[in-house]
Design a protein around this ligand. Structure first.
Ligand code: ASP
Ligand code: MG
Length: 417
């Protein structure tokens, strides 16, 4: 069994959906489980629905626009499939009904119930199209397999329950060769409530399914031909990382390389399942291979820029030392709000962190101010360079104000303005 993942960009319109059949033709004999994200920018649009709904605003027009665009793509790719159209309409009607209820007050739970619909819609369309193109397939609700805890919006996987569920559910798949179409990003807790795995979490879903199925490989089909040593959209002269280790890929994605979701690699590494990152637009391009055979061939300088950072400096009001006690209090406040610390450093009396600038992190600053003196710099960038050399560091920091710097043997990191 192979696992394929198609992201939002690959299914953003009818042409994208049709191109999937092109990709699948090359793997006609393989058993495949296909993980699909929401189409294009649907998840962002659904987030706007959630915020509006929770604020008591009118969101019907936003939902109507999503309904129209999805139904029109379905009509283009599978014009005669009345069953699929009815199914899609039913899902939109159900969403419409649920949006008439009074919000529960648990915003994250509402978020997951609403935002997860994007993946349901996209997979219904993809499955209908593949059927239309003569590729028999089984639509699978990922929530019947991916069991999570109830940390809404960044749920943790319950691996042993998911293993049990996948054995039963996936053994019942009738199509041969196996063609399962399922959703990325979503799961279900033990109460049957929908959860999500965090933005861009469909890569992770592909890895979860691969792990559960003991798949022979995972391929992430993207609009870029692989993993690069820097974002080709931001820098000229980037290089393809054609073969790198899990370890290196984990480091790069953890530091913010957006090609792969950071949680994707661990399950694959555990079962030695290789990950291929390939272009759905250029099937002949070799792409990147990530596996455990290649510790040493990934030493070109790679750099990642995270924009929109807040550099926050936290000092006890009485200038007492920053010690384990107040550190654990500070960490807890970040963890409770689900705010990721992208970089940290401490001195005798100050603890500095770099974190993404979001409404949540702004709230946290206000909270922390009750007990600490908190100062911050906004509009910062966090630059991480793996396998750095002087030329690369110079290129990235010249003309910038470096507010904080950290170096280990393999990694240099800077918060700059
Ligand atoms: N649709 C979700 C998102 O945009 C998950 C994903 O694309 O991986 O975040
Ligand atoms: Mg997406």
């Amino acid at each position: 069994m192979k696992v394929f993942k198609f992201g939002g960009a690959s299914v953003k319109d009818a042409a994208g959906v049709r191109n999937m059949a092109n990709v699948l033709k090359h793997f006609a004999l393989d058993d495949l489980l296909i993980v699909v994200s929401a189409m294009g920018k649907t998840t962002n649009a659904l987030e706007a629905v959630v915020w509006g709904y929770c604020d008591g605003a009118e969101v019907a027009d936003k939902v109507a626009a999503l309904r129209a665009s999805h139904l029109s793509i379905l009509a283009e790719v599978a014009p005669d499939d009345v069953t699929a159209a009815a199914e899609l309409i039913l899902r939109f009607d159900q969403l419409g009904t649920s949006l008439k209820r009074v919000p529960s007050g648990n915003v994250d739970r509402e978020y997951d119930a609403i935002v997860s619909q994007g993946e349901i819609w996209s997979t219904l369309i993809v499955s209908a199209y593949l059927r239309h193109a003569g590729i028999a397939n089984t639509w699978l609700d990922a929530r019947t397999v991916v069991r999570t805890d109830d940390t809404y919006r960044s749920a943790r996987i319950d691996w042993s329950s998911s293993e049990g569920l996948s054995a039963t559910v996936l053994s019942e798949v009738p199509t041969k060769p196996v063609r399962v179409v399922t959703q990325g990003f979503i799961g279900c807790n033990s109460e049957g409530e929908t959860t999500t795995l965090g933005r861009e979490g469909s890569d992770f879903s592909a890895a979860i399914f691969a792990y559960l199925l003991d798949a022979e490989s995972v391929t992430i089909w993207k609009d870029v031909p692989g993993m690069f040593n820097a974002d080709p959209k931001l820098f000229p002269d980037t290089r393809l990382l054609s073969h790198i280790s899990y370890r290196e890929a984990i480091e790069l994605s953890y530091f913010g390389a957006s090609v792969i979701h950071p949680r994707t690699l661990q399950p694959l590494q555990k079962k030695h399942i290789p990950l291929y990152v390939r272009s759905f637009m250029d099937l002949a391009a070799p792409g990147s291979t990530i596996d455990d055979r290649s510790e040493n061939d990934s030493l070109v300088p790679s750099f990642i820029v995270k924009p929109k950072q807040l550099l926050i400096s936290i000092t006890p009001r009485d200038l007492s030392f920053i010690v384990e006690e107040n550190l654990s209090d500070i960490f807890k406040q970040f963890a409770d709000r689900n705010i990721r610390i992208d970089l940290m450093q401490n001195s005798a009396v100050a603890f500095s962190v770099s974190a993404e600038d979001t409404p949540r992190s702004r709230q946290l600053i206000e909270e922390l101010r009750k007990d600490y003196e908190v100062r911050y710099n906004e509009g910062c960038e966090l630059i991480t360079v793996r396998h750095f050399d002087d030329a690369t560091l110079g290129m990235l920091t010249s003309g910038r104000e470096v507010l904080l710097e950290q170096r280990s043997r393999s990694t240099a990191r800077f918060v700059v303005k």
